[in-house]
Design a binder for this molecule. Structure first.
Ligand code: DPP
Ligand code: ZN
Length: 883
């Protein structure tokens, strides 16, 4: 396998002015004709023109109307078609290929999902459709003519505007689409099938009426209301917050059941995994509703950040993804509750991105190299990338950030650009010098920051002394210091924010405020070590550090438990209030893990119980905040902090604390259930979701006790639930205790929902994640369940992904979990390499475990790497994991 390197980037010698495509869709084959207007980037170019192509049958190739001869005029290998000596100047290139969408199980390129033809071209799927310079810096105008059987494929869609349609002979019909905007091939899309639409419209800020259509099979149209609401909200939000208006008169979304990822932002024809479109109160949970809102927003926002301004090369992926994730996070915050959204986003970063950044697949936000680009749709590129964008906003302020965005579009609309271009727009628009900020794009690894505080009562100064260390990562043994914005506030002894007036650092005295009181300031920490001294501080303060999680780092402070309890009770920054509780929980869990390992009896610190009690009974707090604040850090997060990860100990301790809390806070938890029952029909808004979140968290706690009256309570909640959020949560609560009740409820649920594949996936996931000893056998059985299908990515993510996400069984000491995954990966790789490589990632941190587990996991990775016909996708992850 060949690795591609950022440092080897070269501009293309040839550019494409326009592309006219014709698809003749058929059951046993599809014929694709392309007609490309080629021109040299610079005059006098005479180098060969290399086109990418994979799994294509070449039928004919012409230049300026003349057939080319094999080997004389062009060469063909497994991945390229090379025109040996193209004419000087501009020319027309006509290529006809044959493809086989019906047997395309990789779900990239053109394939069929539940009878519907659809495409997925990002990152490199267009080369499975026709020969092309399949790279994002080749931007062209497209037309697309689709021909198909009218009865089977009444709806024919592509990018842009429909300019012609009509009937042909033999029951065929056609549609001709024209996209007026230049685009890279990864944004091309085509859909053909029996679909119905929900139609609506949106009037843009300049008064243009845009037709909005969401396409699904007829029976699912009633479930697209929330997606349509989300789309209209996103269109309005982008106008209001960024001044960005939609640029065509039509916007289509199509939902398909078989899709490798969440969704794809193809110009004016977004294609979605149906689980991110379809929702009804009875079948979708609050989490699903929130994901739909966020992802519909995300893909829509790409129209400007990604499509109008795209990436020069795939190394720059975070240019569009980090920025667009940041935009969807802000959108969801504005539509819901900001602190709660921030907590959820930071938890995701810590639970998924931190481990990646500390493992063999660690890579910078802008990777230096890749074997398969599909492997770099990662939490680092997306979520850490979003944190990098957030830091610009933290450093430049909301207005400054907006100025930077405006300049970015003004300079680069219609171009394919780099992360430096974004950085330059941000700096230039603000006359700002962000020093070594670009390190965030090139250095991998989560920076570790230490902070020590001290108070000088005589001088009335409060000092924070910072030091930082960026850990070594593969290929990057030595790191430079990073530019870390640290938002800080100081609390007085009553818990109020102190006004901050002046700050001394780096030999410079700086005024923070001389008028309006300022309670939070952003420190620019960009050296190995640095001291910041606040003056006019009348009493010893408790610092609230890294407010709102102002940088994606690990922070190690000298705050005592007493300080943390104080912050938990008083901090005006709600994120840090939650964080204080998490820090206390992490400390507690780590110390109990060590007790467990030494076979000491476990005992819960009473002040921890009191802290949780006071949160739980605080009626002034947001209910979803309470639900998050009483939830312990995940097992992965704790294992990540141990020198040798011990899944059994961490699991036992987490269960112990949860039961102990349930026992001691039973009355408060019961009150949280009874006070938060649904007052009426399902409503998707923050208040109602928060209420359900608190009730459901309380139910899950109570059910850990496995007492008959509590089981009855949860069972009656299950039976009386009128929405999926509450029904599923009650079932999950019961499923904690394997046995007759659990079995009956699981059977009842399946019975009720067997006709809804999205709900059945929840049922698979719940069973897959069970911590019941030996659950691997149950999961193996479920592989043969009639509702399971290895070809559907969602089902694989639910069942296999769910299993790997449950540490006790995946990391079972006897190696049964590893063996299971090894077998599945080899089998899955033959069907869908992208999905297989996502699954194999579960092995990547095998070196974190004890020697026995290491040996067992390593054996599976070695078995995978030596498998016959292994894909590059799986090879890259497995071999890098072994290195
Ligand atoms: N570009 C798609 C997204 O928006 C999938 N990679 O995330
Ligand atoms: Zn995206």
């Amino acid at each position: 396998p060949k690795e591609a390197f950022l440092k080897d980037y070269k501009k293309p010698d040839y550019l494409f002015e326009s592309v006219d495509l014709k698809f003749q869709l058929g059951e046993d084959k599809t014929i694709v004709s392309s007609n490309i207007a080629v021109y040299p980037r610079e005059e006098g170019v005479s180098s060969p023109l290399v086109l990418n192509g994979s799994d294509l049958k070449l039928l004919s190739i012409k230049v300026d109307g003349k057939d080319l001869k094999m080997s004389e005029d062009y060469k063909l290998d497994l991945r390229h078609l090379t025109l040996v000596s193209p004419p000087n100047g501009a020319f027309k290139l006509e290529i006809v290929t044959e493809i086989d969408p019906i047997h395309n199980t990789s779900l990239e390129g053109l394939y069929k999902s539940s009878g519907v033809f659809c495409t997925q071209c990002e990152a490199e799927g267009f080369r499975k459709i026709t020969f092309y310079q399949d790279r994002p810096d080749v931007m062209a105008k497209y037309t697309c003519r689709i021909e198909a059987n009218k009865e089977k494929y009444p709806v024919l869609l592509s990018n842009g505007n429909l300019i012609e349609r009509g009937d042909l002979e033999d029951g065929q019909h056609y549609a001709l689409w024209e996209d007026p905007y230049k685009k890279p091939s990864y944004l091309f899309a085509l859909v053909a099938g029996q679909l119905e639409s929900r139609d609506d419209s949106f009037v843009t800020c300049s008064g243009r009426k845009v037709a909005l259509r969401i396409w699904t099979p007829a029976q699912d149209v009633p479930k697209t209301g929330h997606a349509m609401y989300s789309l209209k909200a996103a269109m309005k939000w982008d106008e209001e917050v960024f001044g960005l208006e939609y640029d065509l008169d039509l916007f289509n979304i199509v939902a398909v059941p078989d899709f490798n990822m969440g969704a794809m932002e193809n110009k004016s024809l977004n294609i979605f995994n149906s689980k991110l479109v379809l929702a009804s109160p009875e079948t979708a949970s609050d989490g699903d509703y929130a994901s739909i809102l966020g992802v519909i927003g995300h893909e829509y926002f790409h129209n400007w950040t990604g499509n109008r301004v795209t990436c020069r090369d795939w190394f720059q992926l975070s240019l569009k993804e980090g920025l667009t994730v940041f935009r969807d996070q802000e959108f969801s915050s504005d539509m819901g509750c900001r602190p709660v959204k921030r907590i959820a986003d930071v938890s995701k970063l810590r639970n998924y991105q931190f481990p990646q950044d500390a493992g063999p697949m660690a890579h910078p936000v802008r990777p230096h190299s890749y074997i398969k680009m599909d492997n770099f749709d990662t939490v680092t590129v997306y979520e850490k990338g979003a944190e990098v964008v957030r830091m610009y906003k933290t450093l430049l302020g909301a207005m400054g950030f907006r100025k930077g965005m405006d300049l970015y579009f003004q300079r680069h609309d219609g171009q394919a650009v780099t992360c430096e271009d974004f950085y330059a727009a941000m700096c230039n628009a603000n006359g700002a010098d962000l020093a070594n900020f670009l390190q965030w794009y090139s250095q991998a690894g989560t920076p570790c920051v230490k902070v020590v505080s001290s108070y000088n009562a005589e001088a009335k100064t409060f000092t924070l002394k910072f030091s930082q260390e960026v850990p070594p990562t593969p290929g990057q043994p030595v790191k430079e210091p990073m530019f870390i914005p640290v938002a800080v506030g100081l609390l007085d002894s009553t818990g109020k924010d102190m006004p901050l007036s002046s700050l001394y650092s780096n030999g410079v005295q700086k005024t923070i405020s001389s008028g309006e009181p300022v309670y939070t300031t952003v420190l620019h920490f960009n050296k190995k070590e640095e001291e910041f001294v606040f003056s006019n501080i009348p009493e010893r303060a408790v610092p609230s550090l890294l407010r709102g999680y102002s940088a994606p780092i690990r922070l190690d402070s000298d705050l005592t438990d007493a300080d943390l309890f104080f912050l938990l009770a008083h901090d005006s920054d709600e994120f840090n209030r939650w964080e204080a509780g998490q820090l206390l929980s992490r400390k507690l869990m780590l110390s109990l893990v060590s007790d467990f390992q030494q076979q000491k009896p476990l005992a819960l610190n009473p002040s921890f119980v009191d802290g949780i009690r006071s949160i739980l009974s605080n009626t002034t707090l947001d209910k979803e905040f309470i639900s998050k604040a009483i939830t312990l850090p995940g097992e992965g997060e704790i294992m990540d902090m141990m020198p040798v990860a011990d899944p059994d100990a961490v699991h036992a301790v987490r269960i112990f604390i949860r039961k102990e809390l349930a026992l001691q806070l039973k009355q408060e938890l019961l009150a949280a259930v009874t006070n938060n029952r649904s007052p009426g029909p399902y409503v998707f808004d923050h208040e109602n979701m928060a209420r359900r979140a608190l009730k459901n968290t309380a139910l899950v706690y109570l059910a850990t006790l496995n007492e008959p009256d509590l089981t009855q309570l949860v069972l009656s909640e299950y039976k009386s639930a009128s929405n999926m959020t509450e029904q599923f949560a009650a079932m999950a609560a019961l499923a904690q205790n394997p046995g007759q009740v659990c079995d009956e409820v699981l059977a009842d649920f399946y019975n009720k929902w067997q006709h809804d594949y999205l709900v059945v996936n929840k049922w698979f996931a719940l069973q897959a994640m069970s911590d019941a000893p030996g659950n691997v056998e149950n999961v193996r059985k479920l592989l043969n369940h009639p509702a399971f299908d290895m070809r559907n990515p969602n089902k694989v993510y639910s069942l296999i992904g769910g299993f790997c996400g449950s540490p006790v069984n995946f990391h079972a000491k006897d190696g049964s979990g590893y063996k299971f995954l090894g077998e599945v990966v080899v089998q899955l790789d033959k069907i869908n390499p992208q999905v297989a490589s996502r699954m194999v990632s579960a092995f990547s941190r095998w070196k974190r475990y004890d020697e026995d587990r290491q040996a067992l996991a390593k054996a599976q990775l070695e078995m995978i790497v030596s498998a016959n016909g292994l894909s590059e996708n799986v090879y890259e992850i497995a071999s890098k994991s072994l290195a």
